[in-house]
Design a protein. Structure first.
Ligand code: FAD
Length: 538
């Protein structure tokens, strides 16, 4: 019965959307693009502008953030209907005063540039070799940045964090936090660890809950780094061979399995300047092992019906990562809801075109695909490498180009997933991008129950945006890195850099948290708290 209802509502939605789209010029452009086969497609085929949003921009007093100072100029300061930052009471209703004070304090300290610079200097200094000093520094970090940005030291603590998120209407993307493995032995260890800790973490989120189905809903995705299951040298070799095959149609890769388009004409090919040697028997064997490891993690995750999302890395190894992602997609994406998601980095000039080609390729093969959309985290190393080789950088020349590309990719995928099976994770801290995606999703009637769209941000970041999207009725997840303090230190250092300075991305959070704390204090000391209001908890 539920299935029939689902089918009826899906058909209904499709016909509504078809009618709604009929008048949209951008959709006509998009449809025209769709008719082009993926082999012949070029950047021209990818929608050049995001579809106009329903609510025209106006100025709002509470959109106080400089968060998007460098954002695209579409709809800046728009008084949209997605976020209501005026009502901080509703925004932070699920956050205890203690947690709010801790978060506001940590973010305010993180905004003090000299303080962060000093901390970074201390952490990287030889003082950390002195036992007692190290213990004091690590304890301080544990109670500040670590508890703010990291979900827990182990699966038990992380499970509890997921449960707390669930209670406040959010879900968790469990991130194993393991980065690169260099040989088969460390990949095997990583796989064991990943498969075990992933499922344990999912199970542990259910502590105290008797409802198994509900328990599984609390974890929306398991994040996987292919660099932890396949030695990096092999990812490089496979990427080289894939590039050469794309450029030379007579060049054959006997080990290559069914895949989707990995490159576009505009993709960077400078990593592979001469014909690479074929994979040796040992390398082919290692590749087989890598498939098996990815399979082990997927199987373990799918036992709990939790999809996996595969992270993106730098362009030197990303072709191999995309290849493995598509291999797993063909293996596991059997129903309307994809179980394997890849990642597209919108800061890359070829991102839109590659996304378009992969999606069209998937449609042709009847394969539902899911993508996490990010801006990208390797900008300086990408630019540095391109500069050192004297070639054009693969990263957009301006931040605005990246913003536009991100918004176009999100609009394209939303158009796609509303019409046919597939999924999108809008992974960003950028308010404007989230707003545009949310407005479009709302036009299409995509809500948190549709399993087609999830917003995602890092744990401890963009809290106002997170709660705003939740209040607006969308599925929202927090990316949850976990592990002992030593293991997650590089991650913490990246967060420290990101939140540094008064104009950092945490600006809006700091302002709104302070405003809400003031409101609660006033309510408590002024009129006294009414029953059921946000109590001031220790
Ligand atoms: C849930 C989640 C998962 C993620 N997974 C991955 C992943 O798998 N792989 C990965 O690489 N990253 C990943 N990231 C990190 C992501 O790529 C970004 O580094 C980070 O989220 C900041 O981007 P933003 O969308 O939040 O945008 P913003 O807050 O707007 O920040 C964008 C930043 O990028 C700078 N920038 C972008 N393009 C340019 C340009 N062309 N020129 C100059 N500056 C530019 C801007 O100045 C700004 O500082 C993930 C992030 C999240 C939230």
């Amino acid at each position: 019965m539920a299935m029939i209802n689902k089918d009826i509502s899906y058909t209904l939605l499709k016909s509504i959307v078809r009618r709604a789209n009929a008048a949209s010029p951008s959709t006509l452009r998009f449809r025209q693009a769709q008719r082009t086969t993926f082999n012949a497609a070029t950047t021209k085929d990818f929608p050049q502008e995001p579809r106009p949003v329903a609510n025209p921009p106006t100025t709002t007093a509470t959109d106080t953030s400089n968060n998007n100072d460098n954002n695209n100029n579409n709809n800046n300061n728009s008084n949209d209907k997605i976020f209501d930052f005026d009502d901080t009471k509703a925004l932070f209703a699920s956050v205890s005063t203690g947690k709010l004070m801790h978060s506001a304090a940590t973010l305010n300290v993180a905004a003090m540039e000299p303080m962060v610079d000093l901390s970074l200097w201390v952490i990287n200094s030889r003082l950390m070799d002195v036992g007692l000093f190290r213990a004091v520094v690590l304890t301080t970090i544990k109670h500040t940045a670590y508890s703010h940005f990291v979900a827990g030291a182990d699966t038990l603590e992380t499970g509890q964090t997921v449960r707390r998120l669930w209670e406040s209407g959010l879900r968790g993307i469990v991130d194993y936090g393991l980065e690169h493995a260099n040989d088969n032995e460390s990949c095997d260890k990583a796989t064991q660890h990943l498969a075990r800790s992933g499922s344990t973490c999912i199970i542990r989120t259910g502590l105290g809950s008797l409802n198994y189905g509900l328990m599984l809903l609390k974890v929306s995705f398991v994040a996987v780094k292919v660099t932890a299951v396949c030695p990096v040298y092999l990812l490089r070799r496979v990427s080289d061979l894939l590039r050469w095959e794309y450029k030379n149609s007579s060049f054959k890769l006997p080990w290559k399995q069914q895949s989707l388009p990995i490159f576009a004409e505009t993709s960077p090919f400078y990593h592979t300047l001469q014909q690479p040697a074929p994979l040796t028997a040992d390398e082919e064997h290692d590749l087989e092992l890598a498939y098996k490891r990815l399979q082990t993690i997927c199987d373990k995750s799918f036992e709990s019906n939790v999809p996996v999302v595969i992270d993106a890395e730098d362009t030197s190894i990303q072709p191999a990562i995309d290849y493995m992602t598509y291999w797993a997609s063909f293996k596991y994406n059997k129903s309307k809801t994809p179980m394997v998601y890849g990642t597209v980095q919108a800061y890359l000039k070829d991102a839109g075109e590659r996304l378009f080609l992969a999606k069209k390729g998937a449609d042709k093969a009847g394969l539902p695909v899911g993508f996490k959309l990010v801006r990208g985290a390797y900008m300086s190393s990408e630019r540095k490498l391109a500069h050192s080789l004297g070639v054009e950088s693969p990263v957009h020349n301006t931040t605005n180009d990246t913003h536009n590309c991100y918004n176009r990719c999100a609009a394209f995928m939303l158009d796609e997933v509303c019409m046919r099976p597939g999924g999108l994770i809008v992974a960003t801290h950028n308010l404007e991008s989230a707003k545009l995606a949310a407005q479009k999703a709302r036009e299409y009637g995509i809500t948190k129950d549709s399993q087609k769209l999830e917003f995602a941000s890092l744990y401890g970041m963009s809290e106002a945006m997170t709660f705003g999207l939740r209040n607006a009725g969308f599925g929202v997840s927090k990316y949850l890195p976990f592990g002992p303090i030593d293991q997650v230190m590089p991650y913490l250092l990246r967060r420290a850099e990101e939140n540094k300075g008064l104009l950092s991305s945490s600006n809006l959070d700091r302002k709104l948290m302070t405003k809400e704390l003031r409101r609660r204090m006033k309510a408590y000391f002024g009129k006294g708290m009414k029953e059921g209001e946000n109590q001031i908890k220790p």
